[in-house]
Design a binder for this molecule. Sequence first.
Ligand code: CO8
Length: 300
Amino acid sequence: LCPPGVLPLCCRPPAWDRATRPPPSPLQPPGLPLAPCRSFSNNKIQVELDESSGVAMMKFKSPPVNSLSLEFLTEFSISLEKLENDRACRGVIITSAVPKIFSSGLDITEMCGKNMEHYAEFWRAVQELWLRLYSSNMVTVAAVNGSSPAGGCLVALSCDYRIMAENPKFSIGLNEAQLGIVAPFWFKDTFVNVVGHRVAERSLQLGSLHPAPEAHKLGLVDELVPEEKLLEKAAAVMAQWLALPDHARQLTKSMMRKAVLDRLVAHREEDIKNFTTFISKESIQKSLRMYMEMLKKKKG
Ligand code: CO8
């Protein structure tokens, strides 16, 4: 049974037979090809599912910086759920339609000058997205085609594989400390699971944003490729992962990630309380305001 407040997704049995496409409808006129592609789009995210390969392409399209606002997070979670429930979909490539930016992380304006109810609603949406993505039965490949700080980095870290454009101007990392805030334990756990304890500890304490070549050296991203080859490479990696039986891969993924997922599920309400208490402190609000001002000044 699901404990209260737990995503139904976490409690669902894995879709072992996801590889099996539904048989053609008896109403389908013979000789007419099935639609090879299906797409859906909302304000912030566009998704295209290629039914012949079982791979969906999810593109963030929320300029200027794909910041993870409450609306973005909600659309992201819904899009993932749709794909997860679609028997024709076995994998998703996550990338950005905004030049030079993968995602600028959590939308700081959602954490500034709002009331406690808003902070709680926002944080629940952040948790929800992470729980869905990290526990996904699909193969998830991040094609990181731009900068990806903080929450943007978490999205990439939560995927099964990360390929980044080899442009040294693009950086990635959990830079929360630079904003005067602290990455929550499940951000940290996800990071440790990718790069190991020592690298994570140093990088988190310093709030480092690593240029693409350094991120690759640290193991934060698995591969670097020229930007124009990114999606082609992501498709090739996806095909490799999908060549394995879904059930073996899914059970292995679950075994590797379960402890970290369970920890948040068990402490979800406490984590929301910690966040709302921390973020509403005047000293933290002041740090965030100063950080936003710094971003604006940098521009002018
Ligand atoms: N949230 C809201 N607005 C943002 C964000 C953001 N994360 N990032 C950028 N913006 C805004 C800028 O203020 C600017 O607004 P305006 O046009 O009104 O001046 C606009 O987006 C464009 O930004 P830039 O001019 O800076 O665009 P660039 O292309 O030059 O640079 C970058 C893009 C590299 C993404 C740069 O904007 C940047 O570094 N942004 C900050 C990224 C960041 O530090 N994000 C951290 C967010 S916190 C988080 O994700 C985890 C929090 C965990 C909370 C735990 C608490 C307990």
